[in-house]
Design a protein around this ligand. Structure first.
Ligand SMILES: Cc1ncc(COP(=O)(O)O)c(C=O)c1O
Length: 373
């Protein structure tokens, strides 16, 4: 584009990403590698740019949710192994092989299909077995393991290169559920080993699991949120020193002074109580500025907080800047991120929106350009 863009933008701090990766590595035991979870466009941060940096930093493997996300990384030249958590749907087998993508397999019927495809094509399809040790989402249940082993015995069409499960309550550092999941995972690993199946990649922990639970048999940790500088829960703020990678910002588009008693935005849900300097910002719910922040959000201008007043619109929000000295059209406005001494975190948004930082990051819309620093 040879014209300036609307000033609403996301800045991605790649040195913060490197710092956070180092934090992850500090928690890994000797010999444990990192599988960087870059699904959902690296939680909204831009999967290609993030993965390029992580590959430079010698991350061992990547994980995405779908074949399409894996292809995007291969097209961008990412060479390391890529695991597709969402598995291989019927008809995708050849593309998985062609792109050197590895599928997580979580049902006997999928396993049979891949095995048959491998045999018919004279090849062996690499797979990670995904076991359900208590998340109750996807995966082989413990009582399916003997059947799974029978299917794998002498199977030429597939090669088990990984074993994985997912923790449901890892962010609760005293969870008995996690203790039980680890026990079940270890038992499954022993059953596979006893049948002569020794997956080189073994992984169970997400970011919270890594920072709170030690499972020495694991050769990899699957880390997502902490790479982006997000805490899995407030319990982790004392365990990890993270740097937020994403800053969401815009600039003041218009400034007016309204008299007291003036209704603002759709539905006039806010009425000025005093002569009010009102700033209009070119960002709205279509950009990921959640409508639930109507009359509830705050932004940073000139290092100070200013409240969102009235309803969030599709492309605009309105902010009371009466108490900000000398606010001007064009001033930078931080929606979340740091400005001087003040910060608004994705966690703060999460609390206001009754959700988690993960969703806050993922919801910053695709029309907001990402700039990589
Ligand atoms: C299977 C699996 N492993 C790992 C992760 C990464 O989790 P986190 O971002 O908490 O590190 C996810 C994220 O949703 C996941 O679905």
């Amino acid at each position: 584009m040879d014209f300036p863009q609307r000033p609403t933008r996301v800045d991605i701090d790649l040195s913060a990403l490197r710092h956070n990766l180092q934090q992850v590595r500090n928690f890994c035991s000797v010999g444990q590698g990192v599988m960087a979870v870059v699904k959902a466009d690296a939680y909204g941060h831009g999967a290609v740019a993030i993965s390029r940096v992580l590959e430079e930093e010698a991350v061992e493997q990547f994980a995405v949710a779908s074949l399409e996300e894996g292809i995007e990384l291969r097209d961008a030249g990412i060479k390391r192994p890529i695991l597709v958590f969402g598995g291989c749907y019927p008809g995708q087998e050849a593309e998985f092989l062609h792109q050197s993508l590895v599928a997580a397999v979580f049902s006997l019927s999928d396993l049979q299909r891949l095995k048959q495809f491998g045999e018919e094509n004279g090849t062996s399809i690499p797979i990670h077995l995904k076991c359900d040790t208590g998340m109750s989402r996807v995966g082989f249940l413990p009582d399916e393991i003997p059947c799974l082993i029978d299917l794998l015995k002498g199977a030429a069409g597939v090669e088990v290169v990984g074993l994985m499960s997912h923790l449901a309550c890892a962010d609760d550092t005293g969870s008995t559920v996690t203790r039980q999941q680890i026990k079940i995972f270890r038992k499954i690993l022993q059953q596979l080993n006893a049948a002569g199946i020794h997956p080189p990649s073994i992984h169970l922990s997400n970011s919270a699991g890594l920072a709170a639970w030690d499972v020495p048999e694991c050769t990899l940790v699957r880390s997502g949120i902490v790479l982006y500088g997000g805490y899995p829960s407030s319990e982790f703020e004392s365990r990890l020193v993270l740097q937020p990678v994403m800053t969401f910002s815009t600039r003041i588009a218009q400034l007016r002074t309204l008299k007291a008693g003036q209704g603002i935005s759709y539905g006039h849900t806010y009425t000025t109580q005093r002569p009010t300097r009102l700033a209009t910002l070119p960002v709205g719910y279509a950009d990921g500025y959640n409508r639930l922040l109507s009359n509830a959000g705050e932004v940073l201008i000139r290092g100070a907080r200013a409240p969102v007043v009235g309803r969030v619109c599709m492309d605009w929000i309105l902010v009371d800047v009466t108490d900000i000295d000398n606010a001007e059209v064009g001033d930078r406005v931080v929606l979340f991120g740091t400005d001087g001494e003040q910060s608004i975190s994705a966690e703060e948004w999460g609390e206001k929106l009754d959700t988690i930082n993960y969703e806050v990051f993922c919801r910053v819309g695709p029309r907001v350009p990402r700039y990589f620093v």
